[in-house]
Design a protein around this ligand. Sequence first.
Ligand SMILES: Cc1cc2nc3c(=O)[nH]c(=O)nc-3n(C[C@H](O)[C@H](O)[C@H](O)COP(=O)(O)OP(=O)(O)OC[C@H]3O[C@@H](n4cnc5c(N)ncnc54)[C@H](O)[C@@H]3O)c2cc1C
Ligand SMILES: *[C@@H]1O[C@H](CO)[C@@H](O)[C@H](O)[C@H]1NC(C)=O
Ligand SMILES: *[C@@H]1O[C@H](CO)[C@@H](O)[C@H](O)[C@H]1NC(C)=O
Ligand SMILES: *[C@@H]1O[C@H](CO)[C@@H](O)[C@H](O)[C@H]1NC(C)=O
Ligand SMILES: *[C@@H]1O[C@H](CO)[C@@H](O)[C@H](O)[C@H]1NC(C)=O
Ligand SMILES: *[C@@H]1O[C@H](CO)[C@@H](O)[C@H](O)[C@H]1NC(C)=O
Ligand SMILES: *[C@@H]1O[C@H](CO)[C@@H](O)[C@H](O)[C@H]1NC(C)=O
Ligand SMILES: *[C@@H]1O[C@H](CO)[C@@H](O)[C@H](O)[C@H]1NC(C)=O
Ligand SMILES: *[C@@H]1O[C@H](CO)[C@@H](O)[C@H](O)[C@H]1NC(C)=O
Length: 574
Amino acid sequence: MLAFTPSFAALVAAAAALVGYAQGAAAPAPADYLIVGGGTAGLVLANRLSEDPKVHVLVLEGGGDGLGNVNISDFRRVGAAWGTDIDWQFPTQPLKYANNRTLTPGPRGKVLGGSSAINGDVFDRGDAREYDQWEVLGNTGWNFNSLFPAGQKSEHFYPPPADSDIEYVLSHHGTTGNVATSYSRNAPPIHDAIISSVANSGGFKSSDLEGGNATGIAHVTNARLPSNDTRATSATAYYFPYSYRPNFQVILHATATRILWSSTDEENAVASGIEYVDQSGVTRTASGKTVVLSAGTWGSPPILERSGVGNATYLSSLGIKSVVDLPGVGENLSEQTLVPMQWQLNSSLPLGDVTPFLLNVESVQTTVGPANLATAESLLNAPPPNLSPALYDAHKRLYQNHTTWVEDYIAVSTPAEGPSVLVMYPVNLHPLSKGSVHIVSSNGLEYPKIEYNFFQNPFDLFLMAAGCARAQKIASTPPLSDWIVAPIAPAANVNTIDALQDYVRSNAAYTNHIIGTALMAPRQDGGVVDPHLKVYGTKNVYVVDASVIPIEPAAHLQGTVYAFAEHAATLFKQ
Ligand SMILES: Cc1cc2nc3c(=O)[nH]c(=O)nc-3n(C[C@H](O)[C@H](O)[C@H](O)COP(=O)(O)OP(=O)(O)OC[C@H]3O[C@@H](n4cnc5c(N)ncnc54)[C@H](O)[C@@H]3O)c2cc1C
Ligand SMILES: *[C@@H]1O[C@H](CO)[C@@H](O)[C@H](O)[C@H]1NC(C)=O
Ligand SMILES: *[C@@H]1O[C@H](CO)[C@@H](O)[C@H](O)[C@H]1NC(C)=O
Ligand SMILES: *[C@@H]1O[C@H](CO)[C@@H](O)[C@H](O)[C@H]1NC(C)=O
Ligand SMILES: *[C@@H]1O[C@H](CO)[C@@H](O)[C@H](O)[C@H]1NC(C)=O
Ligand SMILES: *[C@@H]1O[C@H](CO)[C@@H](O)[C@H](O)[C@H]1NC(C)=O
Ligand SMILES: *[C@@H]1O[C@H](CO)[C@@H](O)[C@H](O)[C@H]1NC(C)=O
Ligand SMILES: *[C@@H]1O[C@H](CO)[C@@H](O)[C@H](O)[C@H]1NC(C)=O
Ligand SMILES: *[C@@H]1O[C@H](CO)[C@@H](O)[C@H](O)[C@H]1NC(C)=O
């Protein structure tokens, strides 16, 4: 039940109830689960927990409901929502290792559905060996065998029309889940050429990357209802159809600032609720028996820090009393990087506005090629300065076992006039460079300081340059080469690893796949939550969002976030 939307009267009534509580009038019963953030993961958890009518779930969401906003529902408007009022627009620090460039503020959904409402809507999952590394890091029960069925539980796959030339394997998908997934229409003729050129230059064609083997080139699905071409978000999939449940409540425009504690006993801190600021700037409180942070990779750690959970030395410098000394909070920020590369094609392709998306995932060994392998190995083996031995070993295992490491996203665009442009985006899937997100004051509404640290580790830069060289090789291999008139960027003479490293430094950007800042890992390795997602040193505070994910998938992130949240809900219900 939407406690106060879209009706303003209902909003005022619900707010009044909470004001009453804040002022000491009869307090409403605490929710069984108080969830901060009605985003991708938060609404999955809220939905599953509220399946039991005896369990009262209350969600505090910083944004509105997004109903009627075509920038959400119409996937053709991808990107339109960025920079609008449903985007948090997190400013980030200059890239110290990439020409000190300052990137456009990082988009994050500030609306019911969270980032699933403003993302690129590509929906895919990673490789079994990547998920298995979660468990190797010490997270018992988190592996491909648990995450694959959880991912299927989240997915309602719609096969392409019978006359489509897009291949798929039905058993790699879920067919009765909540999130609609479907392919765009028929692939344009150049896609066959792209697939053949990848295979002809050392890569692999795959029929479907979603079954646990993510190596190869294939079409991937989008989170999209094929019947009317609308985007599926966690709100359309997990909230709106269930909002009739009286025990599933959402308070909109509620920006959580800190956790309220009923006890701050050392190693046994007990939360009683959340302090939040409403739309008119009034500070209010909501109470809960269990507090779950689902405010996202940049949203959840600041709430912990303001509540005294974090690096005690640092927090004391801001005048915040330590509740749990947990230095991993806000550290280990991991983000895949991409760099765009463009080629002029010989013709204007009949793409319409629904070009299907090709994903090519391959190992570092394939990408780097024999000539550069020794350099890559030596860079990998130079111990990274800001990575724990456990996480470093997990990354090395993925590399040495020829697991997916670099991928090319491939798209074709048709400008309003003139021939089409082929775009490839080499991506470093498992960067060794890690960044951080930390509050800069105790002010609950001040944005945190975010450091990506892209290319702090030279291996990451080398891999991206090698990925560019690999994309150039694909483009110059027949039959794709027959379609290409000339490179647009980088220019044809930018073709050595050194020159391509410069190109990457000047042009690389984020993929929006941030993870790791409330890491699920043993506490001695910088972990913030245990395998039950409970914050160390607390009795009843949990984190359920992308910030706990320890290893990126060889995919876009949301399919993994949905799988993660479904598995989290199963653990909560046990
Ligand atoms: C621009 C963009 C493009 C992307 N493209 C793709 C793609 O094409 N395919 C793909 O698979 N993945 C993509 N991703 C990644 C994917 O969408 C995210 O990884 C995923 O949605 C994150 O889920 P989450 O639950 O961790 O956080 P979110 O979905 O961001 O949810 C966090 C929620 O918490 C709320 N919140 C935050 N702070 C507070 C607070 N203090 N008080 C109350 N509420 C708060 C937010 O408003 C939001 O609703 C993209 C992401 C972005 C941002
Ligand atoms: C949709 O996006 C456009 C472009 O960013 C913006 O001008 C417009 O205000 C947005 N619409 C809504 C409802 O936010
Ligand atoms: C980057 O900017 C910082 C702060 O402005 C400055 O101290 C540093 O020297 C710059 N580094 C480079 C490589 O330009
Ligand atoms: C994964 O798929 C690729 C391409 O189809 C194939 O060559 C490779 O052997 C497969 N790997 C595993 C581990 O099954
Ligand atoms: C698209 O279809 C779904 C399912 O039938 C429906 O819930 C939704 O309202 C439709 N959206 C639009 C914009 O037509
Ligand atoms: C904690 O913060 C202090 C002060 O900012 C810093 O010097 C120290 O390195 C941090 N500790 C950890 C483990 O990150
Ligand atoms: C996480 O970051 C902290 C602080 O930088 C570091 O000490 C720890 O080793 C990191 N954890 C992992 C698993 O890398
Ligand atoms: C490769 O994978 C196997 C099986 O998962 C594992 O036992 C081995 O340690 C891995 N290799 C390396 C070098 O880590
Ligand atoms: C572009 O090249 C491809 C491959 O050679 C060819 O099939 C196609 O007809 C060409 N288009 C034009 C307009 O020449």
